[in-house]
Design a protein around this ligand. Structure first.
Ligand code: PRX
Length: 651
């Protein structure tokens, strides 16, 4: 029986960056990448000190790294202010009147904040927080729509040394109270409401419900966005705009220790009770700054757009801290990608001349399903670089992204990382790395990534195993908030002193990393371990398939049989013939071993987390027992589960 994860889907299309792109890029040849990578691994202190020196430190560090596995301290004894680096620094380097944030609300309202204006707003709000009793190390829960004030609130917390914990605006009252309790938060920043798909999300109402359960919050600051009628509890709730009028727009940024906690962000992965991932200041800032600079090849005239919500780590690292530390202009959009239709993103790209566009595979698959006429009708010629994050991207979705959005001209950076890693770990560098659809390619500077088997031996090329990182890196999580034992057990238990990411992966003969899915999701068919990503990608390569999820179901003989759930494109119809055709298609692409035993066509789509990841755990439970018993707080839409139950009962 094979213990390793097998790989059958071989991709041989290779795309090199154009000479024109390479010429202007920061890293323009593989020789340069290799040289810098080698230095970053062999002499990490030298490499990271050079990068860190581009930022502003109020007091220099003694040592770049102090590592007592699994606990790291970066830039020991240094003092810095993260907010000062993202905002104040640009007031004296020629960027004062440059747009920091170009914002568009879902209803179509627009705002631009220059670095100067952003500085005033952040200073003012820092004073508001302090006037309302918030101190360094206090935990502040932020539950906001995607308005500039969400970023302002995060930056102001960082400025005064308070620890923010952003909760995505789509989460329920119960998720808020759980996170309040776990973090012991004493203040909440929220809004009356936010716009999403033409409707108002009652944010303040959800906070009120959460605060009935958790009594530790002394102050709730409410930003007025939608003019909803809300209840303000006397002595606890205050309006952002009223408080802002009482204070000045001057605020001196104090230096905090490099290991001062910056934020807690709760992540569930796709299973279990949320974990409060703790990130600290100096290392996190250096990691997000450096990765933004090289991976998005950030330039002074870029218009950078990361479409994530600030409630996810992608929003923290590549809307707020990374791009602002680099002083670029970025776009922020409040609403849904399909409001009023799936052309909205392309309108935004056209209107603001977006140069770099960073989104998730789930969004790309939705765009494909919505039809080519939408991007075709817009001028996307300002784009120079595309990125993806969050899930393995199916090669066919990658090809569509390249051709339709990037006109075959823009490099694509498929970036692998996690809430825990804080910044991008595996990714092409756009000016030099040859890319192949479906692989995140090579490790970023300082990232000692490898694939290990159960015994801890390094797997050979094309042999699947566990993705690990063997050396500490600046933006790594420091612990799970309040639970060191869980931190050790979750990430450091498999191999001594080595971080286990929880993903299955393999490298090809050129050293490219292929993520085959979460280890909890790996299939085991007749003793062969197969990654879900490969079977799903084979399905998505069929001309009629928009999206696919594959899970194992207990099978008497094979151990597990394969069950596939497939969303078809616009015109295609679900039928026994379509099922037969798809089974034959997978057999041809991968082999009989991966042939699904059953294929379902769910009418309401697949169960996903609120950040768009497919929740295979739910599908697995449904096919095995017909029920869902596990934690479903991260599920986006429960009606999808009901409709799946009906579908499974029918068969
Ligand atoms: O399974 C990997 C997948 O997303 C997981 C991390 O999820 P989260 O903490 O929510 O952070 C998402 C944004 C960084 C990983 O363990 N993942 C993320 N990016 C990729 C990916 N899988 C394949 N390719 C990627 N580019």
């Amino acid at each position: 029986m094979s213990k390793n994860i097998e790989s059958h889907l071989i991709e041989d299309r290779v795309f090199k960056p154009s000479k024109e792109f390479s010429k202007k890029a920061r890293v323009s040849s593989m020789a340069q990448y290799r040289r810098m990578y080698k230095e970053s691994i062999e002499k990490p202190s030298l490499f990271w000190a050079r990068e860190a020196k581009e930022l502003h430190w109020q007091k220099p560090w003694k040592k770049v790294l102090e590592w007592k596995a699994p606990f790291a301290k970066w830039f020991t004894e240094a003092k810095l202010n993260v907010c000062e680096n993202c905002v104040d620094r640009h007031l004296s380097n020629g960027r004062k009147n440059k747009a920091a944030i170009i914002w568009e609300g879902e209803p179509g309202d627009k705002r631009v904040l220059t670095y100067h204006q952003l500085h005033r707003e952040v200073c003012r709000f820092s004073n508001v927080l302090e006037a309302n009793g918030v101190k360094a190390r206090d935990r502040v829960l932020i539950y906001m729509p995607m308005v500039p004030e969400a970023a302002i609130a995060m930056l102001a917390c960082a400025r005064i040394g308070a620890v923010h914990s952003v909760v995505f605006g789509g989460f329920s009252a119960e998720s808020i109270s759980d996170r309040l309790e776990d973090s012991g938060a004493t203040a909440v920043i929220t809004a009356d409401g936010g716009y999403r798909r033409g409707k108002v999300v009652p944010l303040k109402k959800n906070v009120d419900d959460a605060l009935k359960k958790y009594q530790g919050v002394k102050r709730c600051i409410v930003y007025q966005r939608t003019n909803e009628k809300v209840t303000m509890k006397r002595g606890r709730d205050v309006w952002w705009h009223t408080e802002a009028k009482k204070v000045s727009a001057d605020h001196t940024p104090k230096g905090f220790d490099s290991e001062h906690p910056l934020f807690i962000l709760y992540t569930s992965g796709s299973t279990g009770k949320p974990k409060g991932i703790l990130h600290t200041s100096g290392g996190y800032l250096v990691g997000t700054y450096t990765s933004s600079k090289y991976i998005f090849d950030m330039r002074n005239d870029d218009i950078f757009w990361c479409t994530a919500d600030v409630g996810w780590v992608t929003g923290h690292s590549y809307i707020v801290f990374g791009p602002l530390a680099n002083g670029v202009t970025q776009v922020m959009y409040e609403g849904a990608p399909n409001y009023p239709d799936f052309g909205r993103f392309w309108d935004i790209v056209e209107e603001y001349g977006v140069t770099t566009f960073y989104t998730a595979p789930t969004a790309i698959r939705a765009f494909i399903k919505a039809g080519d006429h939408l991007p075709d009708a817009r001028d996307l010629s300002s784009l120079r670089l595309l990125g993806t994050v969050g899930e393995p991207i199916n090669p066919e979705a990658w090809m569509w992204y390249r051709e339709k959005i990037g006109s075959g001209r823009c490099p694509i950076v498929d970036t692998w990382w996690q809430t825990e890693t804080g910044s991008i770990m595996i990714s092409p560098l756009p000016g030099c790395t040859p890319t192949k659809p479906g692989t995140a390619t090579l490790p970023f500077f300082g990232v000692d990534a490898a694939i290990l088997d159960e015994e801890g031996n390094e797997c050979k090329a094309d042999e699947g195993g566990k993705l690990v990182i063997r050396k500490p890196w600046p933006s790594m999580l420091r612990t799970i908030y309040g639970d060191k034992a869980r931190y050790r057990k979750t990430y450091w238990n498999d191999y001594e002193g080595i971080y286990t990411a929880g993903d299955g992966a393999r490298t090809d003969k050129n050293g490219n990393f292929w993520i085959v899915g979460r280890l909890d999701d790996v299939l085991n068919v007749s003793g062969h371990r197969l990654g879900t990503a490969e079977v799903e990608s084979a399905l998505v390569a069929h001309k009629d398939v928009a999206e696919a999820a594959v899970v194992g179901r207990p099978h008497e003989i094979k151990g597990q049989g394969i069950v596939a759930f497939v969303t078809l494109k616009g015109q295609a119809k679900a039928s026994p013939a379509a099922e037969k055709d798809l089974k034959a298609h997978v057999t041809k692409a991968i082999g009989a071993i991966a042939r699904p035993d059953e294929i379902y066509f769910p009418p309401d789509g697949l169960p996903k987390t609120r950040s768009g990841k497919i929740m295979r755990r739910i599908l697995k439970e449904l096919v095995a027992t017909g029920k869902v018993t596990g934690n479903v707080t991260t599920l986006e839409d429960f009606t999808v589960v009901r409709s799946l139950q009906k579908l499974l009962q029918k068969k």
